[in-house]
Design a protein around this ligand. Structure first.
Ligand SMILES: Cc1ncc(COP(=O)(O)O)c(C=O)c1O
Length: 401
């Protein structure tokens, strides 16, 4: 299968799983590259300005705003969705876009409020679906709501074996509202070049290199990883320059990446089913109480299941108990703008801008949803110590005001 055919096949699959049109999907090597391409087009067409986002995210979701020539402005989060709340009050004449993220795949209904707030304004609504591949917010007509929707096949996302690839959905409705911008965005996405040979080599060897690093004794891992990075043969999930408000040149996918995606994309329905079943196990068996609180109360296919502890020490204790038993637990997003900027000022960020996000990030654990039901039950057992009584009629953590 050549590049254009494999590209079309990936887009057809994305369209099938999202009930959309393959022509409205555009592939990129990593979602961050597609995002940067979109923000640069917004900047070049609409001028300098601001993008409202939130710091409860990966740094690779904010770098594209900055390299695109725009300035990030931060909202705090709603603890029940771990994503932005109150974006409307930050809208100004210089607001160019708003990014609503569905953190861990928790579909943030705030997007409906943002959609209404910007309806007659020249502001682009961007939906970050990096944690919920092919799942998007819809209008009452069941059509995609956002102007731009971001999807990822990258490391630690929904499909575990793809590792590379991103996809941008460009809503054809944007063509009616702002035909010039629509044209700029799709032209720029279509113009992305394939990765050069040196990068292609890193992509092809990533899985083997990573598997070797993971199997090394703990004291050797860091050294080997640094040596591979120094030799420019390893592509990290987040590079050093990406902690300094920068990122590399944007590329699209190549035949190898498309083929890898095609080998795995039909696992999506069973992948989501398993995640939903495991969320159900957590919901039914984890004790919402003094030790930790559940943030989510609805059954859905989450990338991970968030719980928040009373304090950092208790979160760390549980983290150590779980990892000692061989489970891979994420502390997303701790620190904020994960894995953290070398300097907050590069990101125009100050902790006072998002006190709820700052607080939750120190106490959160994100439990895996991709293990077997038996392993998920073992995780529950580790977390539910006998001395912690079940709290009946307990309420979820308070929402932000
Ligand atoms: C919420 C979010 N958005 C976007 C990205 C960027 O995705 P990619 O790794 O495909 O560039 C990430 C990556 O971790 C993410 O967590």
């Amino acid at each position: 299968m050549n590049i254009s055919l494999s590209n079309l096949e990936v887009r057809k699959k994305l369209a099938k799983y999202s009930n959309t049109n393959p022509d409205d999907w555009f592939l990129c090597l990593k979602a961050r590259y597609g995002m940067a391409t979109v923000f640069k087009a917004i900047h070049d067409r609409m001028g300098t300005g601001e993008v409202i986002t939130c710091p409860y995210t990966c740094i690779t979701a904010v770098n594209p705003i900055i390299v695109g020539g725009l300035k990030p402005i931060y909202c705090d989060i709603d603890p029940s969705t771990l994503s932005m709340v109150g974006a409307s009050v930050l809208i100004k004449p210089r607001t160019r876009a708003i990014v609503v993220q569905h953190t861990l795949g928790i579909m943030n209904r705030e997007i409906q409020r943002v959609y209404k707030a910007i309806k007659d304004r020249n502001i682009v609504l961007v939906e970050d679906c990096a944690h919920c591949l092919a799942r998007m917010s819809l209008t009452h007509k069941l059509e995609p709501l956002a102007d731009i929707s971001i999807h990822s096949f990258g490391v630690e996302k929904v499909l575990q074996n793809t590792k590379f690839g991103g996809a941008i959905y460009v809503n054809p409705k944007l063509k009616d509202r702002n035909p010039k911008l629509y044209n700029d965005i799709i032209t720029a996405l279509l113009d992305l070049p394939e990765p050069p040979t040196s990068l292609n080599l890193k992509i092809r060897t990533y899985r083997t290199q990573n598997a070797i690093i993971q199997r090394l004794p703990g004291n050797l891992k860091g050294g080997v990883r640094s040596a591979l990075l120094k030799a420019h043969v390893f592509e990290p999930a987040v590079s050093a320059i990406e902690q300094e408000a920068d990122q590399g040149k944007a590329y699209t996918t190549n035949e190898f990446i498309n083929k890898t995606i095609l080998d795995h994309i039909d696992e999506l329905p069973s992948n989501y089913r398993r995640r939903e079943q495991n969320v159900d196990i957590y919901l039914k068996n984890l004790r919402h109480g003094r030790k930790f609180k559940l943030l989510v109360r609805e059954k859905s296919a989450l990338l991970a299941f968030p719980i928040v502890f009373e304090n950092t020490a208790k979160a760390t204790e549980a983290y150590q108990a779980l990892t000692a038993s061989g489970y891979f637990i994420r502390r997303w997003y701790s620190p904020l703008l994960y894995p953290g900027p070398t300097q907050n000022r590069y990101y125009y960020y100050e902790p006072s801008m998002a006190p709820i996000a700052e607080d939750i990030s120190t106490r959160i654990l994100c439990l895996p949803t991709n293990y077997s039901a038996a392993d998920t039950r073992k995780i529950v057992k580790i977390l539910n110590p006998v001395e912690n009584p079940v709290q009946k009629n307990s309420k979820p953590v308070e929402k932000s005001k």
